[in-house]
Design a protein around this ligand. Structure first.
Ligand code: ADP
Length: 354
């Protein structure tokens, strides 16, 4: 991947530069940028996390020291990238953005490290995907702000120490369990992001409707929030879809009936689940008799990517108590059967769909 340019404090995270920095990163599309908060104080929800990070930012500023390294984990779309872009903006420092999946070798990481300005932030998304060699290269960079570079090969090889300017790594991961202990231990601050409440998502929908200059009534905003699986990114996507629907089929304003019709057209049900969520539950019910079933087997049967199921589908179903994880695999709960309109199996019996 080509190295991305460094952003200055003034324009972080201005639309133009974030887009350049992100390259083809679909997460930073134009209107996502328009809706993304610029300061932690503009973020809705995650108050405890924002408060703790705010204290760390304030202390770093007062001591004129770089902020300690921060690890953010949690399901996709909950605000990890948003925190990582707001923090340097609040600190008034520059930001570089990299992705664990694109850093195949230490030489891919080196330019980010040597370009890091004093006190700046290096955001590494999907940090659990860093190969071992890159991870090990990062240890001295994070701990002592130096890298060890080996020059030459065989008997003539020698190691050169290179000093770096003190900087801050913000790592984001959907799978903190995959991170090695030595890497995890190098982050002084570790925060887990939780799903958002209905009230918080409603506030996000109302604020973002205003940013998109759409008139929305309270009941419609609440309906969209309710159908967003606890996730701001999904709330934003649903809002944009409802806006399009209204522009095409109605006046462009969003009233409850419009929101309901638009969401129904997307196949979103009363719990806010989409077709893939239901297919996952139906597969466990029909093929695996309600479980327990291994997630790999479920993915194969559904012809879906394992990562998609583990990262995107399962967290919300687990939180909604529709599915449980047992040592022997995933299992549907009575609530899931009720939602599917199916009868839980008697011992060894197939479920009957009404
Ligand atoms: P992640 O990096 O965890 O996948 P993002 O930070 O990219 O998630 O968030 C996705 C979108 O959701 C952002 O573009 C932003 O518009 C919105 N968002 C996330 N967290 C918040 C928040 N706390 N308040 C308001 N909007 C948010």
């Amino acid at each position: 991947m080509p190295r991305e340019r460094i952003l200055s404090a003034d324009d972080v995270p201005s639309a133009h530069d974030l887009k350049q920095a992100a390259g083809n990163n679909a997460k930073l599309r134009d209107d996502e940028i328009a809706l993304r908060p610029r300061h932690m104080s503009e973020m809705v929800g995650q108050r405890k996390v924002a408060e703790r990070l705010g204290i760390a930012v304030d202390a770093a500023q007062k001591r004129k020291e770089p902020l300690g390294h921060i690890l953010l984990d949690g399901p996709p779309g909950l605000g990890k990238t948003t925190f990582a872009t707001c923090i340097p903006h609040d600190l008034g420092v520059s930001l570089q953005i990299a992705s664990g999946a694109a850093l195949a070798a230490p030489k891919d990481l080196l330019p980010y490290l040597t370009n890091a300005e004093e006190g700046s932030v290096l955001f590494i998304d999907e940090i659990h995907r860093l190969p071992k060699a890159v991870e090990e290269f990062m240890y001295p960079a994070m701990e002592d702000f130096r890298v060890d570079i080996t020059l030459g090969e065989g008997a003539g090889a020698r190691t050169v120490n290179m000093k770096l300017r003190p900087f801050t790594v913000i790592g984001a991961t959907t799978r903190s369990g995959l991170l090695s202990a030595p890497l995890r231990d190098r982050f002084q601050i570790r925060e887990h992001l939780e799903f958002y409440s209905l009230e918080e998502l409603t506030e996000i929908v109302v604020r973002n409707a205003a940013k998109l200059r759409v008139e929305i009534d309270g009941a419609a905003a609440r309906k969209i929030a309710h159908c967003s699986r606890g996730t701001p990114r999904i709330a934003n996507n649903r809002l944009r879809w409802v806006r399009d629907y209204s522009t095409s089929r109605a006046t462009g304003q969003i009233a409850l009936a419009i929101a309901e019709a638009a969401l129904e057209m997307l196949g979103i049900d009363l719990l806010g689940l989409d077709a893939q969520d239901r297919k996952y539950m139906e597969t466990i019910a029909r093929v695996f008799h309600g479980g327990p079933a291994g997630v790999e087997a479920i993915a194969h049967t559904m012809n879906a990517a394992l990562d998609t199921l583990v990262d995107e589908v399962e967290p919300f179903l687990l939180r909604s108590e529709l599915v449980v994880r047992t040592p022997r695999g995933r299992k549907l709960t009575p609530r899931a059967y009720e939602h599917l309109g199916a009868t839980p199996p008697e011992e060894q019996e197939l479920p009957l769909f009404r």
